[in-house]
Write a protein that binds this ligand. Structure first.
Ligand code: 13P
Ligand code: ZN
Length: 271
């Protein structure tokens, strides 16, 4: 058996959480990540028949039965993951009853998975139904995106349109736009269900005045989506109080989307 601390998926989680912490997006225990793993790969590092303990998940995830995820722990700090992955991360498998997580590794101090597990697993179910390659759900509190939430209309079309205008690449990176949920109580099944509903249509969902959710095939792709929104939000916050002299027009946005051959939300442009 190989040493799990050398597993590529543990390494990736260490690097990603450290990077996100350094960007200032994940203060204290802010943010959480879940990453669907390949059981064959995990079994090179762990006896997957050995369950350390079981933890109820509080909802039912039937389409995820038998699937393994590496997940950040509740109350754990992204800044500490790299130094102590076995305490701050855990590998869980969704049990046959669809309502229990079997802990295969991690949460070594008796801890458990993120309080946002409902939003994560329900979003995995929603994204996998749209894209069987989806593996990652990422939640974070990116600074400028959050700032923008306080001063910009929180309508999906209006918000996406403004973000697309802020960087030439935006419509190419997230042509499907950004979904928006109003402020809701976090850590609940209700916000999980609402997030998953949005995830049927969007890979990016803003939780108003809280943060962002992203979905993707890899950690890099998911991070890149959120990073691009955050960059656009930063440019918005640097310019919103100044007279706008120039802008990218809707015709130019359409030209970009067509040149790059992306399927974009035509109804989010005013043409
Ligand atoms: P957890 O510490 O439970 O992951 O919660 C952090 C967070 O960002 C809540 O939305
Ligand atoms: Zn949060």
């Amino acid at each position: 058996m190989k040493d799990i601390l050398t597993a590529p998926f543990v390494e990736e989680m260490k690097k990603m959480t450290a990077n996100m912490y350094r960007l200032g997006w994940d203060e204290r225990n802010g943010g959480n990540i879940s990453y669907l793993l390949d059981e064959n790969e995990v079994s090179e590092y762990l006896d997957t028949a050995h369950v350390c303990r079981t933890i109820p998940i509080g909802f039912s995830a039937p389409s995820l039965i038998g699937k393994l995820f590496i997940v950040t722990g509740t109350g754990k700090y992204f800044k500490n993951v790299a130094d102590d992955p076995q305490t701050n991360l855990g590998i869980i498998r969704i049990a046959e009853d669809a309502q229990t997580a079997e802990l295969l590794w991690g949460f070594a101090d008796g801890g458990k998975f993120t309080s946002e597990l409902p939003a994560h697993l329900m979003s995995h179910m929603a994204r996998l139904a749209v894209d069987p390659q989806n593996r990652v759900i990422m939640h974070t509190h990116p600074t400028h995106t959050l700032a923008m939430n306080y001063v910009h209309e929180l309508d999906e079309k209006a918000l996406t349109h403004t973000l697309w205008e802020m960087c030439t690449e935006c419509i190419v990176v997230f042509p499907d736009g950004v979904g928006v949920l109003p402020w809701m109580l976090c850590g609940t099944n209700t916000i999980g269900e609402a997030t998953a509903q949005k995830m049927k249509e969007f890979r990016l969902v803003v939780w108003a005045m809280h943060g962002m959710y992203g979905a993707g095939k890899t950690l890099d792709e998911t991070f890149g989506l959120i990073e691009t929104v955050e960059k656009a939000a930063q440019i918005y916050m640097l310019t919103a109080h100044l007279p706008r002299i120039n802008t990218i027009t809707d015709t130019q946005l359409k030209d970009l989307a067509e040149l790059f051959g992306v399927i974009y939300r035509k109804d989010f442009l005013n043409l």
